[in-house]
Design a protein around this ligand. Structure first.
Ligand code: SF4
Length: 346
């Protein structure tokens, strides 16, 4: 029997669009019920064993009961994650999700500072984020991740420290800490934003990394930290090129040696159109390059068998990569300049 796969489900709805976000989502949720039905229809075409399920978005929790029905109908995977926005959860919803088989919650906290949350256009306050976390524990979630956003407008080392101290009080099992990237085609692009400069950005990252490690959350990927055994198995599939199926509008798959993507057109998706709108075979050369530029994101690195000898020799000579126990991995300096390293393999 083939190895178990990952299943990703995209819910393209949000209560409000955040000005920095370039994920595909819309705020008109009137078609959400039909959308869930279309997702379950698409799911039927995969006769697979899924050991991880990840429902992301958008804001999956913004469709409430529709999300519960969806979770009820999906396989009870060993790791079953739902992304939740603290402004869209209630005790009832969390309890219903837990009953429906969800065993991991990824809470989009971003910051425990209300000024920073307002600057990011988030729909929730720091107090709501804390309440949502505590409600999730009460609902029985033993595996809770929180997302934090670094280097956001008006953020300082001191404000990050306070956010981290609040996180420590709550004792999450996993933290994802991504730096804000100002993407084209978002309202943040071209706006005058009071962002930390490059040096401050690096200090914020170091502070976060060291603080989380002191909390017992080990770094296992550039932006991800977990208690031992709580690393996100689903996301590890992306970085290690394990196959996964993505269903829903705009969802990506890596399945059967092909990378494919559904059309983002929600109305068409509901009509059963646009599945696998783009699809291409991954060549051996592409796969090898991906092994490096995705796999090097993980602190364990990638098993190294002498591939790309000149590039690797150069990067090792520059102190950006190191060989350790047969694995090639980023050095601390390499982590700071990770994008430069990845570009060498793209
Ligand atoms: S809630 Fe999340 S997905 Fe929705 S707009 Fe904000 S950042 Fe993007």
């Amino acid at each position: 029997m083939s190895k178990p796969k990952g299943l990703y489900v995209h819910i393209p709805y949000c209560v409000k669009k955040c000005p920095y976000c370039d994920f595909y989502s819309v705020v008109d949720r009137t078609g959400a019920e039909d959308y869930v039905a279309a997702v379950l229809e698409e799911f039927k075409q995969y006769n697979e064993n899924f050991d991880t399920v990840f429902i992301g978005g958008g804001t999956p929790t913004s469709i409430g009961d529709g999300l519960v029905r969806l979770c009820d109908a999906l396989p009870k995977a060993e790791e079953f994650t739902v992304e939740a926005n603290p402004g869209t959860v209630s005790r009832e919803l969390l309890t219903a999700l837990k009953r429906a088989g969800v065993n991991r919650l990824s809470l989009g906290v971003q910051s425990f500072n209300d000024g920073e949350l307002r600057a990011l256009g988030r729909i929730h306050t720091a107090a709501q984020a804390e309440e949502a976390f505590l409600a999730a524990r009460e609902a029985g979630f033993e595996n809770i991740s929180i997302d934090l956003m670094l280097s956001t407008p008006r953020q300082t080392l001191e404000s990050v420290r306070k956010t981290l101290e609040k996180a420590r009080e709550l004792v999450p099992d996993h933290v994802s800490a991504y730096s804000l990237i100002v993407e084209e085609n978002t309202p943040f692009y071209g706006a005058e934003l009071p962002l930390p400069d490059e040096d401050e950005e690096r200090e914020i990252y170091y502070l976060t990394r060291d603080f989380l490690e002191d909390m017992g959350l080990g770094q296992y990927e550039i932006s991800n930290f977990a208690r031992p055994g709580y690393e996100c198995r689903h996301n590890i599939k992306y970085w290690t090129l394990a196959p996964y199926v993505g269903i829903g509008a705009a969802a990506h798959s890596y399945y059967g040696g092909r990378r494919s993507c559904n059309s983002p057109d929600i109305a068409a998706y509901i009509r059963g159109e646009g599945r696998g709108a783009t699809s291409e075979t991954v060549t051996a050369e592409e796969r090898l390059r991906e092994k490096f530029w995705l796999g090097l994101r993980m602190t364990q690195g990638v098993p190294y068998g002498g591939e790309f000898p000149e590039t690797v020799e150069k990067l090792v000579g520059q102190g950006l990569l190191e060989l350790s126990g047969g694995n090639l991995r980023l050095t601390r300096r390499g982590t700071d300049l990770a994008n430069l390293v990845f570009m060498e393999f793209v």
